[in-house]
Design a binder for this molecule. Sequence first.
Ligand code: HEM
Length: 441
Amino acid sequence: MNEVPLVPRSRSLQKTLSFVHNPIPVFYEYMEDYGDNYYIYLGGLKKCLVTANPKMIRHILQKNHKNYIKSEIQTDILAQYIGNGLLTSDGDYWLRQRRLIQPGFHKERIKSLVSLIQDVVDAQLEDLEANRGQTLDLYPKMMEIAFRIIGNALFSNSATQDELNIIEHAIYTVQQFIVKRVRQPFMQPIYWLNGDLKKYKKIAENIDDVVLGIIQARKKLDEQPDDLLGMLINTRYEDDGQPMTEKQLLWESNILFVAGHETSANALSWMLYLLAKHPEAADTLRAEIKAQLGDSSLDFDVLMKMPYLNAIIMETLRMYPPAWIMDRISKEDDEVDGVPIPKDMLIIALVYHAHYKKEDWDEPEKFKPERFIDQRNHPAYFAFGAGPRMCIGNNFAMLEMQIFLVQFYRKFDVALTDETDATIKALITLKPENGMKLKLI
Ligand code: HEM
C-alpha cells in the first residue's frame, strides 16, 4: 500500500482565507507538492482525502459506487431546504426514485420539449435585441434563461410569471445561505442565535407553498400537459404501481429547479466567453448551423448529430465544469492502485483538476473543441459525473445548450472588451466571479 501524504494542518490553516476565497489554486498548490491524492484537514478540523486522479474518481463514482454515499452537505443540509429526493437522498430511497424518474429524461421523452425550450430561448433573445451594440453583463441573462427553461419544462403554462419570480428569488437567497453554512460550519451556533436558520427555512417554505399550489391544481386536471411535472405525476412505481405523494412531487420539483438552472446558466456564460475569445470557433459553428439547419426549424435528431456544436459544449464543460467538485463518504475500507481509502472517509473529487491533467489531455489549457469530435467518452471527463448517480438531466442540459447556441448564433455574435473578466468563483458551482461582460453584436 502507498502512504497517502498529509498536508500539514499548519499549512491548511495558513491557507484558510485564500481557500475560502478561491479553493482551486490552493488545491493546485497541494497537488504540485503532494501529487494527485492527499489528505487535508478541512477547515482545520475534518480530515478528508482529496483526489484529482481520474482512475480514483471513476472508481468511487462508478466502479465501486456501492461503497460510497453522498456527504451530509447534500443529504442533510441541502435536503433541509429543498426536500428529500434525487439529489439529496441515498440508498434504497434514492434508487427507487431514480428508477421511477429516469425514463422521463430519456432522449425520446426529452425530444418533445424542443419547441417549449425554443419558445423560451427565442423570447429571451428577442429581449436582448435592445442591447445589440452594447457591452453588457450576460450572466444575469443566462441565469434568467436557464431558470425560465427549467420552469417552463417543468410546469409549462401552469405557473404564472409572479410564481416563477418568487421561486427564482427564494432559491437564490436560500442557496447563498447554504453556501455560507457549508463554508463556515463554525458559524452554526451564531446562525441559530441570530435567527438566520429560521429565517431561511421560512424562505424555503415559500417555495414549497408556491410549488405545492401548482402541483395541487395540476392533479385536478383530467389530462396532464406534456411537461416534466406531467411526467412526474403520471409515473408509477414498478413495485407497487403507486404514484408519488404530493410531498414527493414537491421535493423532486424543487430539486429539478435547483440542480437544473445554475449549472446550465454557468455553462452558457462560459460558452459565450470562449466563443468570444475564439471567433474562428464561432465561425465554424455558424457554418455548421447553416449547413445542417439552414433557416429551417430545430430538429432534435439534427441537433444531436451536429459534431462541432456538441464538441463546443463538451469542451466548455471540460474547461469550466459547473459541478467542479463532488464528494462522497466511504462505507468500508477500499483501495485503488495501492492507494488506501479508509472507511468513513470524506472524499473530495476534483473534477476541475482532473479535466486539466497533462497526462490525459493534449494541451489542456487550450480551448480545442476538436478533441471531442471523434471522442464523446473520455475516461478523465466528469462534467456530468459518472456511474449510477450521473446527472439525470444531462440530455436535457445538452438540448437546452444546443438550442440556445443555435438560436443565439443565428441572430447575434459576442466579442471580448476591456471589461471582460473571466475570473472564476468556485462555490457549489463554478461561476464567473464578476459576471460575464461581453459586447453583443
Ligand atoms: C450543464 C448543466 C449540468 C451539469 C454540468 C450537471 C452536472 C451534474 C453532476 C456532475 C451531477 C452528479 C453529482 C454527483 O454525483 O455527486 C448531477 C446530478 C444531478 N443533476 Fe445535473 N447537471 C446539469 C444540468 C442539470 C439539469 C438541467 C437538470 C434537470 C433538468 C439536472 C438534474 C440533476 C439531478 C436531479 C441530479 C441528481 C441525480 C441523482 O443523484 O440521481 N442537472 N448533475
